[in-house]
Design a protein around this ligand. Structure first.
Ligand SMILES: [Zn+2]
Length: 277
């Protein structure tokens, strides 16, 4: 089975260790896998992943250059990796075009929950305007986030991004529990995609922040069929506290058409790569 994984976090060793520590603390559970970037890459390749999108977001502005440089090296070694680089919203937005050029980045990754900015703030709009000019794709976290719930990432904060811009945008994690927003956004613009990482693990996980369980669940089969051209597969490797192949297993077991599964697992991402590569 041919796969393209659009949500992978290959990181330098120091930041990989930091992410693992953070996740262990937040979920209060052991992290099942402990692999460095090369091990993750080869693990994915052995399972049939033809290409992958590697996502790095600068938790702190000081990491921007280090991470983008890392992405550039990774891409040189493995041309089947598409790099979604780092930029921190508190940095000067005029530096962004030079980062794309210098590190030959394929696109940008933003994480409003980690970087603590609102996706509809003026700072965010400035970044989107650069992406529009450069015609670079964006992958952006949407929905629940372990550190701060829906504070920065409630799906309602993304309507300006959808309404006002035309560059390809991937709304990660299908907006979690708020599929009605995702539905509205996918209907509105055809440059909008979503990845099903995290929601395909099919679990309810207790949230300290919200004081309730959060549903890491996919939308209905009808939803998946209806938007089958716009959904992409993502594993979140290696920042996972479960069997990393569980999302794939759950996807293959869905009662949806083989055509829909093929589109989600491979052809939609392939089309996007042809557009952005
Ligand atoms: Zn992620």
């Amino acid at each position: 089975m041919k796969l393209i994984d659009v949500h992978v976090h290959l990181l330098p060793d120091n930041l990989n260790a930091r992410m693992r520590k953070w996740l262990r603390k937040r979920l209060n559970s052991e992290i099942s896998i402990n692999m460095d970037a090369e091990e993750v890459y080869w693990n994915l390749k052995e399972r049939g992943v033809e290409a992958m999108f590697n996502l790095t977001h600068a938790v702190d502005p000081v990491h921007t250059y280090e991470l983008n440089k890392w992405q550039e090296k990774l891409k040189m070694k493995h041309p089947d990796i598409y790099t979604f680089g780092s930029f921190h919203p508190s940095s000067n937005v005029n530096e962004l075009p030079a980062l794309f050029k210098r590190y030959k980045l394929n696109g940008l990754k933003l994480h409003p929950g980690v970087q603590r900015f609102l996706p509809n703030s003026e700072k965010a709009m400035e970044i989107y305007r650069v992406l529009e000019r450069e015609n670079k794709p964006l992958i952006i976290h949407t929905g629940y986030f372990l550190d701060n719930g829906y504070l920065y990432t409630h799906p309602r904060f993304y309507s300006e991004l959808v309404e006002k811009f035309s560059f390809p945008v991937i709304l990660s994690h299908m907006c979690y529990e708020c599929f009605e927003y995702l539905e509205k956004y996918l209907d509105r613009r055809d440059n909008v995609y979503t990845d099903c990482s995290l929601v395909m693990i099919r679990e309810e996980i207790h949230s300290e922040i919200l004081g309730r369980k959060v549903r890491y669940m996919p939308p209905s089969n009808d939803f998946l069929e209806r938007y089958s051209d716009r959904i992409l597969y993502g594993s979140e490797m290696p920042i996972v506290a479960w069997d990393p192949w569980l999302p794939l297993k759950n996807l293959l077991e869905l009662d949806v058409s083989e055509e829909t599964k093929k589109k989600i697992l491979y052809s939609n991402a392939k089309k996007l790569i042809d557009e952005i590569g």
